[in-house]
Design a protein around this ligand. Structure first.
Ligand code: ADP
Ligand code: MG
Length: 295
């Protein structure tokens, strides 16, 4: 795997000042991250933790208050960089009266893709997102999941090298969520670099190479799921047929041996436990200013 740095965030801080309020919100606080070519990187955090702000800065949609955010070694405001970026916004901005076909045609034209390859690309994308049956229906008739998939198709119509996905699985049922995750894994196989955000832990755990946990704009932890969990010295024991009695016996045995049973749940919930504890352990949690919504 190529070790080229694709996304570089150095001491990024973003403070929002509202015209109508005396309050300032530090949405991102001295964040530094490096994402390499071919990585799927997850920004994980509760609502209001600064994920969207970080992504918007990387897209050049907003300016940092201090620090810098570079994509492909350059400011994301440079046109040459913009052409190589794909973006799925948190809320899909789709025109309700256009059909899926027309929507993708519109975005394909924005990227100046000539008619024939554009049609081919649209067919491919509608197939990939399982929207072929609804290609001639106006978007206003779409379910949330369908609209999300169309948004995804739109985000990758220019065959971007770097893809930003803000909450890609939100509003999707587990089957569609898995489908979207498979698409992300396929894109990774094609060598794309992907930064995605989520507050849904199970949705990122088995798709991201590395994760960053954000809380109140600050980086709390970064690493692979494996590293993050081993940092915390947590092991998973997979059992079948665990009765309440056996669970009690095990607990006693473990406690006597000087260890601790942290969690008895499905294995996939382990990251959730880490996440919730990380947020709780944040020293700033105690003197919360109340600007940001709680968990
Ligand atoms: P996330 O995507 O993790 O939910 P955001 O980046 O959207 O978080 O928001 C981080 C913080 O910044 C929140 O407290 C939010 O209310 C605040 N915020 C976001 N956008 C603006 C804005 N345009 N003006 C003022 N405050 C904002
Ligand atoms: Mg957001």
């Amino acid at each position: 795997m190529e070790e080229k740095i694709v996304i570089e965030i150095n001491n990024l801080t973003k403070v929002y000042t509202s015209l109508f309020s005396r309050f300032k919100v530090k949405a991102v606080d001295n964040l530094s991250l490096t994402i390499r070519s071919g990585e799927v990187f997850g920004l994980l955090g509760p609502n209001g933790s600064g994920k969207t702000t970080t992504i918007k800065t990387l897209l050049g949609l907003i300016f940092p208050t201090s620090g810098e955010a570079l994509v492909l070694g350059k400011s994301p405001r440079e046109v040459a960089v913009k052409d190589r970026i794909g973006f799925l916004p948190e809320e899909s901005y789709l025109y309700p009266f256009l059909t899926a076909e027309e929507t993708l045609d519109f975005y394909g034209q924005i990227f100046k893709i000539p008619l024939r390859p554009r049609r081919k690309k649209i067919d491919e994308l509608l197939e990939l997102m399982e929207l072929n049956h609804a290609r001639k229906r106006p978007v206003k008739e779409y379910s949330k999941g369908m609209a999300r998939r169309l948004g995804f198709a739109q985000a990758i119509i220019n065959d971007p090298d770097v893809i930003f996905l803000d909450e890609p699985t939100s509003g999707l049922d587990p089957v569609m969520s898995r489908h979207v995750k498979n698409i992300i894994i396929d894109l990774k196989k094609k060598g794309k670099t992907i930064l995605l955000s989520s507050h849904l832990l199970a949705d990122v755990e088995n798709v991201c190479d590395r994760l960053a946990i954000l809380h109140k704009g600050r980086l709390q932890k970064v690493g692979s799921v494996k590293e993050l969990l081993s940092q915390d010295q947590i092991s998973n024991v997979t059992l079948k047929g665990l009765t309440p009695e056996l669970q009690e016996k095990l607990k006693k045995m473990v406690t006597q041996a000087g260890a601790e049973v942290v969690n008895v749940q499905l294995a996939s919930d382990t990251l959730e436990t880490l996440f919730l504890r990380t947020i709780k352990e944040d020293p700033d949690e105690k003197n919360s200013g109340g600007d940001q919504p709680d968990l």
